[in-house]
Write a protein that binds this ligand. Structure first.
Ligand SMILES: Cc1cc2nc3c(=O)[nH]c(=O)nc-3n(C[C@H](O)[C@H](O)[C@H](O)COP(=O)(O)O)c2cc1C
Ligand SMILES: Nc1ncnc2c1ncn2[C@@H]1O[C@H](COP(=O)(O)OP(=O)(O)O)[C@@H](O)[C@H]1O
Length: 309
């Protein structure tokens, strides 16, 4: 897959371009259907399967304080799309200036003049252009005007609910990993470097790798989780605490710490990926360290049973 930064750097192709539009945060089952439909059509017709995505997320420019946390980094999103068979990913900056473009300007400047798309694929609730005025119907009439075909992908439901990035965020915030996983089509994960913590873990027999995660990235709500850890391409069963360690602190920033089962190595500075499988319990304030240790032993037994690979 080719990744192009800024649409003006797009190479000229002698094949027709089929284009998916959207932000695709999380690449959930709804996004997957849209992208698969587009790739299938593009390849049937001998064309290029492309996606145009704004990065940073428009919300980050329009309303930075209210911008949602991201389900995937730009790099992970690109990996998912490449694995699905996308040929070309265009990441375009979203700027103050672009935020003021009317939907008609966006279509003419980007889709028609730069990308020269033959067919365009969007979701049923796609919005674009200044104040989000553009919708699939408007796109369709602009397609008629300029001569590109528009496909509108109908909503994908999971257990009677429409799959959406915001629903996944809500579920993750509640620690509902099961439902979030069904909508994503994979286990939610976070990735980051292992940083130093308070060095208490090893003293109580449960060393924990403390994870530093980019602050734009969504993490599940506070709680204790069964998970799979991946370090250096090796997978380990693990249990994870996300919280403020109330047994030891009145106030403490939320940390993500993973105890890898049957593992004894120093991994400071390494890249650690944690895929969440299920929530085990809420974080609790114990009366003392002994009680915490007894609970951690029970958590370990449960994680051992839940995680299999
Ligand atoms: C699976 C797991 C569950 C945990 N649950 C709790 C908890 O319920 N309450 C709490 O105060 N701390 C909990 N902790 C956090 C421990 O207090 C923490 O790992 C310990 O203080 C070591 O911190 P350190 O790695 O910064 O040295 C949990 C840790 C793990 C790995
Ligand atoms: N089973 C394990 N799970 C997680 N980290 C481990 C494990 N065994 C050893 N380690 C290492 O020990 C460190 C954790 O020890 P800990 O005393 O909790 O210190 P810190 O508070 O700095 O995380 C981890 O960062 C990692 O390098």
């Amino acid at each position: 897959m080719e990744i192009v930064r800024e649409v003006q750097n797009m190479p000229l192709y002698d094949k027709p371009v089929y284009l998916a539009l959207g932000n695709f945060d999380g690449v959930h089952v709804g996004h997957q259907k849209l992208i698969r439909t587009m790739i299938e059509k593009a390849h049937e017709e001998g064309g290029i399967a492309a996606a145009f995505i704004f990065d940073p997320h428009p919300a980050k420019i329009i309303n930075p304080l209210k911008a949602p946390k991201l389900l995937l980094s730009a790099q992970k999103k690109a990996e998912f799309l490449a694995n699905m068979g996308l040929d070309l990913l265009i990441y375009n900056s979203f700027t103050e200036e672009i935020s003021k473009w009317e939907p008609e300007d966006f279509v003419r400047k980007v889709i028609v003049e730069r990308i020269k798309a033959r067919e365009v694929f969007v979701g049923f609730n796609y919005s674009f252009g200044y104040r989000g005025r553009g919708n699939p119907d408007l796109l369709q009439s602009l397609g008629d005007l300029y001569g590109f075909k528009v496909h509108i992908i109908q909503p994908v439901e999971v257990d009677g609910e429409i799959a959406s990035s915001s629903l996944v965020r809500e579920l993750l915030a509640k620690g509902d990993i099961k439902r979030a996983s069904k909508i994503l089509g994979y286990y939610p994960f976070v990735e980051g470097r292992v940083v130093e913590g308070e060095k208490r873990g090893r003293e109580i027999g449960f060393p924990t790798a403390n994870l530093a995660v980019d602050e734009d990235i969504m993490i599940p709500g506070k709680g204790v989780y069964a998970a799979i850890a991946d370090v250096d391409g090796q997978k380990y069963k693990c249990m994870v605490n996300i919280g403020n360690k109330p047994t030891f602190h009145e106030h403490f920033p939320v940390s993500i710490e993973a105890h890898l089962l049957d593992f004894r190595e120093l991994i400071y500075g390494k890249l650690l990926n944690i895929s969440f499988l299920d929530k085990l319990r809420d974080e609790k304030k114990f009366r003392g360290v002994e009680e915490l240790i007894e609970q951690l032993k029970r958590d370990r037994e449960q994680a051992e049973k839940i995680v299999s690979f």
